[in-house]
Write a protein that binds this ligand. Structure first.
Ligand SMILES: NC(=O)c1ccc[n+]([C@@H]2O[C@H](COP(=O)([O-])OP(=O)(O)OC[C@H]3O[C@@H](n4cnc5c(N)ncnc54)[C@H](OP(=O)(O)O)[C@@H]3O)[C@@H](O)[C@H]2O)c1
Ligand SMILES: [Zn+2]
Ligand SMILES: [Zn+2]
Length: 341
């Protein structure tokens, strides 16, 4: 099969990914093999390619926003059959035996393996995954190009949202309005939750209002109109944490989504922090991924994407790195349609 491989990390401008022929993987035991239709580009792919994150195997096939169709099943597979449409996200596998895995909190498993980092991902014609970690796309009537970006920012946003425990008629604050926050806004609207968005750029403020935020402005400059039940901080900006805590009422929850964060300073503990719960998003949970896809299918969550040919992967990643793509997401088209053979 044709695949883009990374052997040696380097700046994207040096085109570290090479398009080569490699043996097509086989589906073992409880694995399915997926013919890849599309795979989205995520900033994490760039961080791995450039060496901001360590290279865990070489050669490595990147890509963890995979949409495709099952074309081979291992002997032990029960949940999927050939022809089923599936998604593969960042969660490639966990141990299945530890207390976290056994209590449905596999996001904390110390053996959490990531697609396109620990295991080969989707910038290839075929990829394999254990059946327990593939997401069913049955009944989700959306273009594969629209599904792919839901598999990373969408699922991560939904897992952050679940941590807020927000319920109907609650007031939820979102700090920063990138693709992840957009997905949370759409889900929250669907569930009857009022959303208050604090972001800086006029473009994001406008987008938040168009997509149903009851209030959107820069809360560092304009006063939040009411207290919130819960809030999620998306950008890795520690400076946003105390304002978010302050806006949430006593007994409320603040979720920090980033994987890294600049220094967090709380100047007034008693007024702004005392009585609030702070939680962090730490990887994703499979059942929540599946739950999110079903909501996305019903509510038509579409993020905007620019589609590139398979051969254009390096160029697409350079454009994403420079923030020069026209849409929020870059999607690589690997195959033309769902057909097998
Ligand atoms: N924990 C996990 O397992 C996990 C998994 C996946 C993703 N994530 C995290 O989820 C987050 C979501 O990322 P995203 O791609 O949606 O975009 P993002 O990094 O959250 O940024 C979204 C927006 O936030 C605003 N922003 C950025 N810096 C800011 C600052 N210093 N002050 C105020 N606003 C600022 C910007 O909009 P304006 O210009 O309008 O202000 C930006 O477009 C990331 O932090 C990522 O690390 C976590
Ligand atoms: Zn990602
Ligand atoms: Zn485990």
């Amino acid at each position: 099969m044709k695949a883009w491989i990374l052997e040696k990390q380097a700046k994207m401008e040096g085109r570290p990914l090479k398009l080569v022929d490699v043996p097509t993987p086989q589906a073992l035991d409880n694995e399915i093999r997926v013919k890849v239709l599309v795979c989205g580009v995520c900033r994490t792919d760039i961080h791995i390619a450039e060496g901001d994150l360590p290279l865990k195997k070489s050669p490595l096939i990147l890509g963890h926003e995979i949409v495709g169709v099952v074309d081979e099943t291992g002997k032990g597979v029960k949940k999927f059959k050939i022809g089923d449409r599936v998604g593969i996200s960042w969660l490639h596998s966990t141990c299945g035996k530890c207390s976290h895995c056994l209590s449905g909190r596999e996001n904390y498993c110390s053996d959490f393996q990531c697609t396109g980092w620990d295991a080969d991902g989707g910038f290839a014609e075929y990829t394999t995954v254990g059946e327990d970690f593939a997401l069913s796309l049955q009944g989700i009537d959306m273009e594969p190009e629209d599904i792919a970006p839901l598999l990373c920012p969408g699922i991560a946003g939904y897992c952050a949202f679940k941590l807020t425990k927000a319920k109907k008629r609650d007031r939820l604050g979102l700090y920063g309005f990138g693709p992840t926050a957009y997905c949370v806004l759409r889900v929250a609207n669907h569930l009857g939750i009022d959303v208050y968005v604090s972001t800086r750029s006029p473009r994001h403020i406008e987008e938040a209002k168009i997509n149903g935020a009851v209030w959107a402005a820069d809360a560092m400059k304009e006063e939040m109109p009411c207290t919130l039940n819960s809030a999620i901080v998306f950008p890795p900006a520690g400076v946003l944490v105390e304002p978010a805590l302050c806006h949430v009422k006593i007994g409320g929850i603040v979720v920090l989504a980033p994987v890294s964060m600049s220094t967090i300073e709380v100047k007034n503990y008693s007024k702004n922090f005392w009585g609030r719960d702070v939680r962090t998003l730490y990887n994703v949970i499979k059942t929540e991924g599946q739950e999110f896809l079903s909501i996305a299918g019903k509510t038509n969550i579409r993020m905007g994407r620019q589609v590139f040919f398979f051969e254009e992967l390096n160029e697409a990643m350079i454009l994403v790195k420079k923030g020069k793509i026209e849409e929020p997401n870059a999607i690589i088209k690997v195959a033309d349609d769902w057909s097998l053979g």
